[in-house]
Ligand binder design. Sequence first.
Ligand SMILES: NC(=O)c1ccc[n+]([C@@H]2O[C@H](COP(=O)([O-])OP(=O)(O)OC[C@H]3O[C@@H](n4cnc5c(N)ncnc54)[C@H](O)[C@@H]3O)[C@@H](O)[C@H]2O)c1
Length: 428
Amino acid sequence: MKKRTVKIGIFGGYRGSSYYKNLMANNGEIVAVCDKNEKYAQKAKDMLGGDVAVYTDFDHFIEHEGLEAILLSNYFHEHAPYAIRALERGIHVLSECTSNGTMAEGVALVRAAEKSKAIYMLAENYPYMLFNQEMRRVFEGGTLGKLIFAEGEYNHPISPSDDLDYYISLCPSSTHWRYALPRSYYITHSLAPLKYITGATPKRVTAFAAMDPVPEEKDRLQRGVPERAAIVLTQNDDGSVFRVTGCAAFGHHENSYRICCKKGQMENLRDHSGNVLLSYNTWDAPEGCEKPKLYHPELADKDKELIGKAGHGGGDFFVAREFLDCIREGRRPAFDVYFATNMASVAILSHRSLLEGGKPYDIPDFRKEEDRLLYENDTLSPFYGSDGSLQSISPSVIPDYHTLTEEGRARYDALVKKYEEEKAGAAK
Ligand SMILES: NC(=O)c1ccc[n+]([C@@H]2O[C@H](COP(=O)([O-])OP(=O)(O)OC[C@H]3O[C@@H](n4cnc5c(N)ncnc54)[C@H](O)[C@@H]3O)[C@@H](O)[C@H]2O)c1
């Protein structure tokens, strides 16, 4: 039977455009796209046809007639206020990571989601990568026994000399969120798979910075903090410990996960093969599993072909399908507002821990009013806001690092401008 169509709008047309096909393949009808940058409005028309409504501001977009759901793919640290406005109108929300940029926003978001009849889901795609789904399947089977320790790495080094257009498109100015993203903030790709596989929830956090300050080069584009990674440890509700990285830049580009349990362990290989390695202690191994098993998990799914074509190892397809199915079935998604804000709290509080030399922080449980009261006015942020608001906490343990000074930021903006002008000149 054909699934009911859900009318959906996209807020933020850069990342948002990579969801068009996946939403439409799951009977989502994209009726409106909003981006203040007209380039992405045009791109939406090109990709979706002339019937799609395009807006440049949220106020008009959210009033689009018949809108049932929105995907928030605007700036990383500005999702919560728009999510709240949609939830207040009964519009379902699929939000890119992260759910909230400040602790106070996390509290407000949970309160809004609880009041709303609409569904809130975090668009976290990495847990759906095939090797992570396989680890979840095996863990839930019980043969590995109790979880003791797990690690998650999202390792994304990037070089400005590699592809300057790409580098600038990711971070067009020194006030953009990517310019000085604190290493622990983009934590969902390393943490969400571990939470999804094991069901454990972080309760306390501590973090250290792995440093690599580089010399200032005045004629070269330089951005980023001097930390290469935040090494984050979480103590979890089941007594286990996670070690996660946030968005790291060490070694080579990869994302990897390992779960270590009482009877054995499982991990995906760091060679981009998608293979997993499952091994047990000989005395605990189920029959036939005494030797380590290296294999490529098979996908048994009716949408196998579409999943194979989707971004992020098929993860984007699963996110779109799950969100739209939850709306149609009135079902709460696994990546609900509590799952999402727990991760945002780990991201935010591990940054504070890192700034304070590893001081532990308790992770609040936003199901509890007493925990909400602790953070409802905590608006500290390491980001510039689109409303002109300034940073209120340093993004780095070296606050006067050369990329973070006014001079360093002005130089970045001037070099971007020069590059864009030269490119425009060459195109004439
Ligand atoms: N899950 C993933 O694998 C994945 C991959 C890439 C990006 N993302 C997420 O997607 C989000 C967007 O990232 P991005 O890479 O597209 O870069 P980006 O943050 O630069 O793009 C945001 C877009 O939203 C638009 N926008 C922002 N505020 C607006 C406003 N008030 N009104 C109208 N338009 C507005 C901007 O013009 C821009 O085109 C981020 O949260 C990022 O973390 C997730």
